[in-house]
Design a protein around this ligand. Structure first.
Ligand SMILES: O=C(CO)COP(=O)(O)O
Length: 261
């Protein structure tokens, strides 16, 4: 029985009070699901993190940051350092979300610095990768994914693989304008990613969880999760109501087990 990963990125939504209410609701609703079966995580806004950390049972919901600076301290106005996140006792740090790469123009090199720093500071690092619509149209999806992995994981060694998660989020599939990938397409790209992880990290690369994200919703989650290649779901909009997320988790988990996962 494989552990199934379910996570949500709250992006720039929910204030401190809303985040607190959401987390306690999600915690209560999913308490009975064995954490040997699922890994549940939430990435709130920076301002909500201290309160979220104080009030959440971290055995039930792991908490992470949506972004982080790779430097410990210095003249980096507006950035949040790994030491500051360590103070909160966070579990994970995300790097390379499509909105960071494409709205804020972050580079592969920067994502790599963040992944390295997150791992060095004892966090689980969640590296997001995904091709753009143009790359897909030009048949460059696989090359783009390989490139982002090669650059993003530069300097990472197999011993660090147990603390590494990957999210495959095609840029064209994310957000209100996004069109979800078909499960078949997502599974195919997960195979490309797995192959690359093995080439980079050897056998340790075979164990790194790969999550799919991009317009996951209650109608398509079961189909994604029944694919052998897909280890979990990374959800935006459809997870921001605890009740909807709970239903999605229960349904997807049951579908995964029926599929023999
Ligand atoms: O960006 C995402 C998760 O990080 C996905 O967002 P949506 O599920 O809203 O498309």
């Amino acid at each position: 029985m494989k552990k199934i990963y379910f996570g949500t990125n709250l992006k720039m939504y929910k204030d401190i009070r809303e985040t607190k209410r959401y987390l306690s609701d999600l915690e209560a609703r999913t308490r009975d699901i064995s954490r040997a079966e699922i890994e549940l995580f939430v990435l709130p806004s920076f301002t909500s993190l201290p309160d979220a950390c104080r009030n959440t049972d971290r055995r039930l919901i792991r908490l992470g940051a949506q972004n982080m600076c790779w430097e410990e301290q210095g003249q980096f106005t507006g950035e949040v350092s790994p030491l500051m996140l360590q103070e909160l006792g966070l579990d994970l740090v995300m790097a390379g979300h499509s909105e960071r790469r494409h709205v804020f123009r972050e580079t592969d090199k920067e994502e790599n610095c963040k992944v390295r720093s997150a791992l060095e500071h004892g966090f689980t690092a969640l590296l997001c990768i995904g091709e753009t619509a143009e790359e897909k149209e030009c048949g460059l999806s696989d090359a783009s994914l390989r490139g982002q992995l090669l650059a993003g994981l530069d300097g990472i060694w197999p011993g660090q693989a147990p603390d590494l998660w990957i999210a495959y989020e095609p840029v064209w599939a994310i957000g209100v304008e996004g069109v979800p990938a078909t499960a078949e397409y997502a599974a195919e790209k997960h195979r490309v990613i797995r192959c690359c992880l093995k080439a980079l990290l050897g056998e340790a690369g075979a164990q790194v969880p790969i999550l799919y994200g991009g317009s996951v919703n209650p109608d398509n989650a079961d189909e994604f999760i029944t694919c052998a290649e897909i280890d979990g779901m990374f959800v935006g909009r459809s997870a921001w109501q605890a009740q909807t997320f709970e239903k999605m988790i229960r349904s997807a988990l049951a579908a995964a087990r029926r599929a023999g996962k």
